[in-house]
Design a protein around this ligand. Structure first.
Ligand SMILES: Nc1ncnc2c1ncn2[C@@H]1O[C@H](COP(=O)(O)OP(=O)(O)OP(=O)(O)O)[C@@H](O)[C@H]1O
Ligand SMILES: [Mg+2]
Length: 284
């Protein structure tokens, strides 16, 4: 594939900040079982140290995008069939998830996957499996994570499977942080959680971003929360990026407000009528 091919299709990604992107996805197509084409030319960038939101409804391709980036898609008989992905300047689309973890990228899968039969602390320890830590270093790393997630310190001896949904999500993110990532891929951290818990988790995510300098690519259906915390956003529909821009501009955009934030210009719900939703989708 030539550079020209890679750059030609789809909207050119606009960087959110002036920094060199830590992640660059160029015009990728991703396919499951060799026949189900899900991503159709997705391009995006994550500038170093930023939070970027990947937005879109059910089945838009958010998880597939994250799994293509982490290469976890391979575990589901999927692959990136076109385009390229660069992480920290290196081409990564043909590497393995283990390679990516070694390079500093960790994905937190959708559905807050924890080892339910292990304690919260054992889950966190499992996150450091790629690092050769002494007992004292492990303690230090656990304390570092507990400083961000005080609830997890309280629950550290509880079996993860019996903790609340919010605590499980925190455990999943905390476990990812134990690998000392440079970049986190978070897949719908808000899923199924009460607004107050969602806010608590996003505050911690912002803290991790600011204090640890970890870059974050966040897939979310919860547009309003994601745009509140992200610097930049991309909107995905049917495997294509339909719109992108700084988070503030997206949050103020009329179409985004109408179709993703559930507000019409009069401030009323607009999702009730699917027909008008389709008719008014102007940016397609
Ligand atoms: N393992 C798979 N095999 C075949 N098709 C898949 C697989 N995973 C996802 N798909 C299909 O790819 C499309 C995009 O799914 P994906 O999970 O990426 O969307 P999403 O934006 O994450 O949606 P949601 O918000 O519901 O999590 C869907 O049509 C889905 O059916
Ligand atoms: Mg998903």
């Amino acid at each position: 594939m030539t550079m020209t091919d890679e750059m030609s299709a789809g909207a050119a990604p606009r960087p959110a900040l002036s920094a060199q992107p830590i992640l660059s996805v160029r015009n990728i197509e991703s396919i499951y079982d060799n026949v189900i084409l899900v991503l159709r030319g997705v391009s995006l960038e994550v500038p170093e140290g930023s939070i970027v939101a990947l937005l879109g409804g059910n089945g838009a391709g958010k998880s597939t995008t994250l799994k293509s980036i982490s290469t976890m898609i391979g575990a589901e008989r999927g692959r990136v069939s076109k385009g390229s992905i660069h992480f920290r300047g290196e081409r990564t689309d043909q590497l393995t998830p283990g390679d990516l973890v070694g390079m500093g990228m960790v994905q937190v899968m959708e559905g807050r996957m924890c080892f339910g039969h292990l304690t919260v602390e054992e889950n966190l320890i499992a996150g450091a499996y790629t690092r050769k830590l002494t007992k004292a270093q492990m303690r230090e790393e656990l304390d570092r994570v507990y400083a961000y997630f005080p609830r997890l310190r309280e629950r550290r001896t509880s079996q993860a499977g019996y903790t609340s949904g919010g605590e499980q999500q925190m455990t999943a993110i905390g476990r990812a942080m134990m690998a000392r990532p440079r970049m986190l891929l978070l897949d719908e951290p808000s899923m199924g959680l009460a607004p107050q818990i969602v806010a608590e988790i996003f505050e911690i995510v912002r803290d991790l971003n600011e204090k640890e300098g970890v870059s974050i690519l966040l897939a979310e259906q919860n547009t309003s929360v994601a745009l509140k915390y992200a610097n930049y956003g991309y909107i995905l529909e049917s495997g294509r990026i339909m719109m992108d821009g700084p988070a503030k501009a997206l949050a103020e955009n009329k179409d985004v407000r109408e179709f993703y934030l559930g507000m019409s210009s009069e401030g009323r719900e607009s999702f009730r009528n699917r027909k008008s939703y389709r008719r008014k989708k102007r940016w397609i």
